[in-house]
Design a protein around this ligand. Sequence first.
Ligand SMILES: Cc1cc2nc3c(=O)[nH]c(=O)nc-3n(C[C@H](O)[C@H](O)[C@H](O)COP(=O)(O)OP(=O)(O)OC[C@H]3O[C@@H](n4cnc5c(N)ncnc54)[C@H](O)[C@@H]3O)c2cc1C
Length: 397
Amino acid sequence: MAAGRAAELGATVLLLEKMGRVGIKLALTGKGRCNLTNGGDLQSFIENYRHNGKFLHNVFSRFFNQDLISFFHKRGLPTVEERGKRVFPASNRAQDVVRVLKEYCASLGVKTLLHTDARAILQENGRVVGVRTDPGTLLASRVILATGGASYSQTGSTGDGYRMAQELGHTLMPIRPSLVPLEAEEGYIRDLQGLSLKNVRATLLSSGRKVEEEFGEMLFTHFGISGPIVLTLSGPAVEEFPRGRVELSIDFKPALTHERVNQRLLREFQAGGRKKIRNIMANLLPQRMVPVFLQRGEVPPEKKGAEIQAGTRRRMVDLLKDWRLTLRRARPLMEAIVTAGGVSVKEIQPSTMESRIVRGLHFCGEVMDIDGKTGGYNLQAAFSTGWAAGEATAKSG
Ligand SMILES: Cc1cc2nc3c(=O)[nH]c(=O)nc-3n(C[C@H](O)[C@H](O)[C@H](O)COP(=O)(O)OP(=O)(O)OC[C@H]3O[C@@H](n4cnc5c(N)ncnc54)[C@H](O)[C@@H]3O)c2cc1C
């Protein structure tokens, strides 16, 4: 987007890509469907960044979600809006998003050098003069650093930009995984692998204190938990791990109070007085969860509904409303959807994306200290900042 926009406004642009193809990560996004933006308004958008959403206000007021959507519409790629206002290409193919961007660049004369690894940005007297690459040095009066984060490194995003920016005197906010699955201590997790829980409330606790909560869908994996609400809670979880004991409380019945759940159980146990408890509980929980639930509640699975005492029932209510998991750590950066941290936005001008330290150096995308939640926020930030950086480089000559 940055290269194309600069060329559109008359700049001579060389795009350096160290991989054999451009947009490898982009083609993976949204499980191959590319959730390219979100239909939310500016205010709600900005609230969906964990760090520095406000920094994006300036560029969003010039190139925002509807501009991005019409950018793709005009180039023959209609989009659809789904649950949570997530926007995808109507073709459901992330590869089409990559193709449109490649065509945009090519049609405007952007020259792309593949297999070209940028090693360092060269400066003289506080001004960019070129880039040292694998094959040799290239002279340039403006450079846009769009090297992405440091996760999913097989896509080419290996964090090189962090080092290059730091070498030029930029402050780097600590790099850490965000939107990442979490590991849990409980051994029974393995038995639940692949099970997804819908419409639950998950509350992140640090040393017993509530940090954040999310409502929606989560998934058990062989090591712990994942799925949309877990990914959203992972950013704060990563920050809490060094501070204390991190737990997740799952509320299986968020629409019902404790008392209502108690009444519901009473009704179920009365109606199914001669049924085994393991069969009754299948009305309230996913089938695969039932044996784990009964074991944890110390309820023999063969017990009949009518045999359940009030004390046991209360224990079951507590478990349905507050099922605790002890979280050990996040999965490694490699498995994170985004990298939190990066080049400090305090050192970047919010309208032009130009460095406040080295003139002629601009930034865009994930290399900056910006990380959004799931829902298209990370790509919109990358596209908008890319657009602004491209525009600024072309306008300043
Ligand atoms: C599995 C997955 C799914 C995702 N799904 C979504 C989604 O649906 N919606 C959403 O909003 N976000 C999603 N994201 C996040 C989103 O993909 C990123 O935030 C976004 O791609 C960042 O864009 P970028 O241009 O800054 O960097 P990148 O897309 O990472 O691109 C950086 C490019 O720079 C190249 N490069 C790096 N170093 C050098 C160098 N030294 N020399 C030359 N080239 C170099 C890389 O090869 C790469 O092509 C997802 C991420 C992952 C991993």
